[in-house]
Design a protein around this ligand. Structure first.
Ligand code: MG
Ligand code: MG
Length: 258
């Protein structure tokens, strides 16, 4: 029986677990292919090929988010340096010193999982290293706060605090979300907030948490392609995301990479 609601059934959770595992393996393969000279188009094709080989569908490809007119043209969102999220891959050559955010979704037996990471291209500078480590740490801080009985505000608070303490800023316009039969379901999960505020988390909820962290200003700009967000000051941005299952204790990370 399909729950079609925020609390997933045991059957749905099994499918999401398997989908999450597959998505994690694919993201690891894409991560391992990143080096100077590789093009974003090659990475996109690799991800699509691996998803289809597994009998699954790329969730982003041809997906039209609410409010958009043009369907998304790639399997991956590829956001390089000052690009924040939803960067269209195209066929750009990666250079030593770039940082690249890779975000993708997978549809396995009708259910979606969603995950992202930011990867250094060759050797990167110390600020970029700290930005990446902070964003990944913020995701883990958010996951630690994502326990049954806590609230979406607890997650946002944990993420924002972790980022601020390390001298960076979160993007306020973009955030996490429920996930399941749709790529984006309720609730929205801001990467900032107040403890105890927002929606109460219940075991069986499946959420995509995704801190988006900027090196300089928090302000963003949407490019004319309608998808790619960039930082207004053109300093860099990083993004990590996991799909998690809320339980009575520690959340289960469904898209955990080996
Ligand atoms: Mg994503
Ligand atoms: Mg997401």
């Amino acid at each position: 029986m399909a729950s079609k609601g925020m609390i997933k059934t045991a059957e749905e959770i099994e499918i999401l677990r398997e989908g999450g595992k597959r998505l994690a393996r694919i993201l690891s393969a894409v991560r391992d292919a990143i080096k100077p000279g590789v093009t974003t188009g090659e990475l996109d094709k690799l991800a699509e090929k691996l998803m289809r080989e597994g009998g699954d569908e790329p969730a982003f490809l041809h997906y039209t988010p609410e409010g958009m007119v043009i369907p998304y043209p790639g399997t991956l969102c590829v956001s390089v340096n000052d690009e924040i999220v939803h960067g269209i891959g195209g066929d750009r050559v990666l250079k030593e010193g770039d940082i690249i955010g890779i975000d993708t979704g997978l549809k396995h037996k009708g259910l979606f999982t969603d995950s992202a990471l930011t990867v250094p291209v060759g050797e990167i500078d110390d600020i970029a290293k700290k930005l990446i480590a902070t964003t990944e740490g913020a995701l883990m801080a958010g996951i630690a706060a994502a326990r049954g009985g806590n609230t979406t505000g607890d997650i946002g608070h944990a993420i924002e605090k972790y980022v601020k303490e390390r001298g960076f800023v979160v993007v306020e316009e973009l955030g996490g979300h429920g996930v399941g039969y749709k790529q984006h379901e309720d609730p929205h999960i801001s990467n900032y907030g107040d403890k105890g505020q927002g929606m109460k988390l219940k075991p069986g909820m499946v959420l995509a948490l995704e801190p988006i962290v900027n090196e300089g200003t928090r302000y963003i700009k949407l490019m004319s392609d309608g998808y790619t967000y960039v930082t207004r000051d053109h300093k860099r941005s990083a993004h990590f995301e996991h799909t998690i299952l809320i339980t009575d204790g520690d959340a289960e990370i469904l898209t955990k990479r080996a």
